[in-house]
Structures are given as C-alpha cells and as structure tokens.
Ligand binder design. Structure first.
Ligand SMILES: Cc1cc2nc3c(=O)[nH]c(=O)nc-3n(C[C@H](O)[C@H](O)[C@H](O)COP(=O)(O)O)c2cc1C
Length: 583
C-alpha cells in the first residue's frame, strides 16, 4: 500500500519528535503506516553481515551431548541450580548457539532461508552481535572486540585491545567478565516496512537481549544490561561510528551493551552494590585509538542505496541516548547466603522435561494456528508468572530474565483469552507491577469487571475485564491476521508511555520496545516448552486496540502483540540442519 510522504518535520524537541514518530507510524483501519507499498526484491538486504579482511575464529560446532551440556529448561527459572562453567571457546560457542545462531535452514522449492535462536520481524534480522572479550584459549592471543558471524558461527576480530586498556575498562566487574553489544542495521527492516521499521528493530533488540540472557543462564552465567552507557560511547566501542570501515556499506545503529560473567560457586547468592556507570564506560575510556587496532570493512548488504525516510532519520537522532545521562547501574558481588528462589511459585514440570537448549533450538514462530487447541489454566498462569519481574526483590534476586533490566517494569498485558481450560473467554489484563493496577483501572473502561479468575495464583495480578468471544476482534485488531484469533490466547503489550518518556527522556522510547521484546522471548520459549507455539505480531491497528480497552489518551500505548496456541505445520517446508558438523 503506497502512502503519501511524511509531512515536513516541524518539531525539533527530541521528545516531540519521538511522540510524533509514534503517532505517524500507527496503523489505522483505513491507512497503514507509510512504506514503499511494494517489495523491491532486487534490493533485498543480505541478513548476514561480514567484516571483510578481519581475522576469523570459527567456533566449534558442538553436538547436543557435548560439554558443556545444557541444563533442564525448568532449571533456568531457579536460582543456584545451574553451576557456572568457565568462559572458554566451547562455552562461548554454546552461548552464541543459544542466543544468535542459526537453528535451522528451511526450504520450500528452490528457496532456502535461515531461522535463528532469536526471532525477527519479517525474518530480516537487523540485529548484529558483538563481544569484547579477554584472550581465552582458542580465540586470538589478545583481548578483542569480535563481531558474531551467524552464518559461519564464527567470531570476526574487529579490534585488538591492549591488555591494560581492557583491564581498565572492565576493572569494576567480576573476574572473567566480558561485554556483549548489539547494534541494528535499520535498513534491513526499513527495506520492507518503511517508517514503522524503527519499532521493529527495537523489538528485535529486545528479543536478542532476552535470548542472550537465557543463553547465559544455560551456562550458569549472570548478565546485566549496562543501561547507563551513552549511544556515542557504545558506537565508539562497537566501532559502528568508524565511517572509514563503512564506505559503501549500510550503517549500524548502536543499541545496547551488557556485561556477562560466570557466577561464583553454585549456592552463592548475589547482593547488589550500586555504582555509577560513567565512571568506567566513558567515551574517553573506549576511544583510545592509540591502544586499539581495527580490522575489516563492513560488507554491503543491498545492491542499491537505502531508501531515505526523513522521519526515520529524525527519530534515530531524537531517541539517541545522550552522553549527559547519568544513570546508575548495579554490579553484583557474589557472597554466601541463603538462596532466594523467586521463581518457586511458578515451578512446573514441562512435558518431556526438555533441556533448555532443546527448547531454544526448536523455537519457531507458528505460521498458522488450528483454532482448536486449548491450554490448561495451570500452563497459562505459569507462562504469565514467568513475566513477573518481582521488582520488590533486589535486582539480582529477581527471576530470570528480569535480573538484568534495572528499570522499573513499564509493560503490562492486555489479553484476549480464547481457549484456556477453566477460564471464561474474554478480555483480561495482567499488571506486571502490582502497584500499577489502579493506574490501569483508572485508564480503562469503567464498566470492566476486574475479577480475579478462579485458581489464579495470589501473587499474579491477572484480572478478567469482560467475558465474551474475542476471537474475531483479536484477529481484526492484529491487521486481520487469523493467528491472533485461532490461538489459545493473544495479547497486546501496554506500555506506560507518557510517564516513562517524561521520567527518563525520549531515548527511553527504545527501552519500552526492548522490554516488550524480552517478554516476547520468554513467551516464545514457554510456549515451546509447553508443546504449543507462539508468534510475535508487529502488525496491529494501534488506536483501535486502545479503544477496545477504553484507553483514550497516551497514558498507555500498545507496542507489540503476541499469540500462543496449537500450530498447524506447513508440509511443504523441509528442515535442514543449521551447520555442517565437520565445520
Ligand atoms: C517484532 C516481531 C514482529 C513480528 N510480527 C509478525 C506478524 O505481524 N505476523 C506474523 O505472522 N509474524 C510476525 N513475526 C514472526 C516473524 O515473522 C518470525 O520471527 C520470523 O519469520 C523468523 O521466524 P522464527 O521466529 O520461526 O525464527 C514477528 C516477529 C517479531 C520478532
């Protein structure tokens, strides 16, 4: 659908630009957000970037039973159960395998495409992964910044770091810590989705963050998002601001940085200590060119230059995290003490008791649902319990993966329940922060019931709002996609929109999508472990969704939809292994 070009920008205040971007990229029943209106197949961007000319280290392709072996999926959600393994080439291989690697090739006729551990809107994969890591046996003999090449399951050395420089940057972190960074080739999504693409790139970053946290946990590693880092600093650290390495290549937008480290002996529990991030991750600390040697040139991904969308350039600038932001983050110190098992209330045996890696490897988006399969209320409540960040606990004692995000949960769920045994079909809401129930209640239709469903765990703030058949409504609201109505349940993720942007600033717009993506990643795996399947839904009619719940202003905005149910397989698709074993 071809749409008129965006009206010329008038607002220059970054917050105004972000608000305007969000408004302008809403889908309406009679008008979709602006895009090219057709698919320029000849210009489709390559989903795999390489840094040509950089030294490459192939990661070993490990069989499922090779060490380090994956823990049970259920154990991911219990603290102190998974013993930490050392950081070496094999554990790094496992980490990337379970976070960003190819998990299968699919083939239909002559067409082949790769699927990965992390999902992506349109399977376009804008997210690029990096690791800044000390010299470990099997990698190169110096600390280095590596780019992860998913097609080869390899690390490409982007920059050699001096030992002192590396030690200085990571001195506040626990031993053997390394950094993981993400950036986005926004063009990969823009190519297909036009102006709404910036949203999808952020969702995908959120999925990658969630995927990395879960992968780290399979190895007993901890992870913390270093949210205080300015985007200029991150761009310098990842080298995506090096115009000399991107001549003729599509740019990468810096997204986020996380620290990962092997936890102390199992049974140790973490306490938090607040430190100010800019003390050690500053632009001066990373941009010391005399101590860093760069390698490789970014590969070009499309034949033609990217199509320009002025609104996208504007929102990138407006949502850039400024260097003046001084937020604090927590570092975690291992101490001995009692284990607090925050996830215990949601304990559950999954069918077949699968390993975590098995669930991660088989994660797929359902292309269609059968319109029949129901799930048990126990399964439904567990899935929702996994999404509760339990912010009353100290950060490091919160359940996975909410122990890595230190902002207050700002996303709640508006649910369309179709087929959950023992639950009346209808509209429901889950307040991920119990303190926000009254704000949600004030914002929504006054006639809603707000009753707790029978059997609902006492610590799960889930409420029935309105009983009734919501199947057609859910599909209609999700761009007429049947997957939202033929499932067991679907949902919209409601962000505390105005308050978050006012409180933190326009750069927090991206974080709201990241939080949604992490929620999505947890749900994808929960669905898989429960022998049903999920699909993320980026295409929905924004304001019609708000109207169904009585949301008349921008206090809450739906940012991402999701659906879970019994899938219908497509028999025309063949599945091929992700990598050759003799790699
Ligand atoms: C942010 C996001 C939005 C998505 N939106 C839709 C959608 O609107 N409709 C749909 O059928 N699939 C949607 N998907 C599913 C993707 O098409 C799917 O993740 C991709 O094809 C890769 O397949 P996989 O998830 O099986 O690895 C979305 C996925 C993500 C991560």
């Amino acid at each position: 659908m071809k749409n008129d070009p965006a009206p010329a920008a008038t607002a220059s205040d970054p917050l105004e630009v972000v608000l305007r971007y969000h408004r302008e990229t809403k889908h309406h029943f009679d008008r979709y957000a602006r895009s090219l209106g057709y698919m320029d197949w000849a210009n489709q961007p390559n989903p795999f970037r390489r840094y040509e000319g950089s030294p490459v280290v192939r990661l070993p392709i490990l069989k499922p039973d090779d060490a380090p072996r994956s823990p049970r999926y259920e154990d991911l959600y219990h603290q102190g159960v998974i013993a930490s393994v050392p950081v070496d080439i094999r554990s790094l291989s496992r980490f990337f395998e379970c976070s960003l690697a190819i998990t299968a090739w699919k083939q239909a006729g002559d067409v082949r495409w790769a699927l990965r551990a992390n999902p992506s809107s349109g399977n376009l994969h804008p997210t690029e992964g990096y690791a800044l890591i000390d010299a470990v046996a099997g990698l190169l003999p110096m600390p280095g910044l590596y780019h992860y090449a998913a097609k080869e399951h390899a690390l490409e050395l982007r920059a050699e770091w001096s030992r002192e420089h590396f030690a200085a940057l990571l001195r506040e972190f626990p031993p053997h810590a390394f950094l993981v960074g993400f950036s986005s080739v926004n063009w990969r999504e823009t190519w297909k989705y036009g102006e709404r693409a910036f949203r999808y790139c952020q969702h995908d970053v959120g999925h990658a963050i969630g995927s990395a946290r879960l992968a780290a946990r399979t190895l007993g590693w901890r992870m913390l998002l270093l949210d205080g880092v300015a985007d200029d600093t991150l761009a310098a650290l990842l080298g995506v601001d090096r115009t000399e390495d991107f001549i003729g290549a599509e740019r990468e937008h810096p997204d986020c940085l996380a620290v990962i480290w092997p936890a102390g002996p199992a049974g140790g529990v973490a306490t938090a200590q607040t430190i100010s991030l800019p003390r050690f991750v500053t632009i001066d600390a990373v941009r010391d060119s005399t101590r860093t040697t760069w390698h490789g040139k970014a590969s070009r991904l499309s034949r033609k230059d990217p199509v320009q969308w002025p609104l996208l350039d504007q929102v990138e600038v407006a949502a850039w995290k400024p260097s003046t932001e001084m937020r604090t983050a927590r570092t975690i110190v291992e101490t001995s003490g009692a284990i607090v098992d925050a996830g215990a209330s949601a304990s559950r045996i999954y069918p077949g008791d699968p390993s975590a890696a098995q669930v991660i490897r088989q994660r797929r988006s359902a292309l269609a649902f059968d319109g029949k399969t129901s799930i048990s209320s126990g399964s439904f409540f567990t899935m929702l319990s996994r999404l509760m960040p339990r912010t009353q606990l100290d950060l490091c004692q919160r359940p996975l993966p909410w122990d890595m995000l230190h902002w207050e949960a700002a996303i709640h769920l508006a649910l369309f329940v179709h087929r959950v045994d023992g639950l009346a079909p209808g509209l429901y809401v889950l307040a991920r922060d119990p303190a926000k129930v009254s704000a949600l209640r004030t914002a929504m239709h006054t006639q809603f019931a707000w009753t707790s469903p029978s059997g609902c765990p006492v610590d799960l703030p889930l409420f029935l709002l309105d009983e009734g058949d919501a199947r057609q409504l859910a599909a209609q609201l999700s761009c007429h996609q049947d997957i939202a109505g033929d499932s067991a349940f679907s949902l919209g993720m409601l962000a505390e929109y105005d308050a978050s942007l006012q409180r933190y600033g326009p750069w927090f717009y991206r974080r709201l999508f990241w939080e949604s993506g992490v929620i999505g990643q947890v749900l994808y795996l929960e669905a898989e472990a429960s022998r049903v399947r999920a699909t993320g839904i980026g295409c929905f009619f924004d304001d019609p969704v708000h109207r169904v719940f009585g949301l008349n202003d921008t206090t809450f905005q739906s940012l991402y939809h999701f659906t879970i149910g019994g899938q219908v397989d497509d028999p025309r698709l063949t599945t091929l292994p992700p990598y050759e074993l003799d790699h």
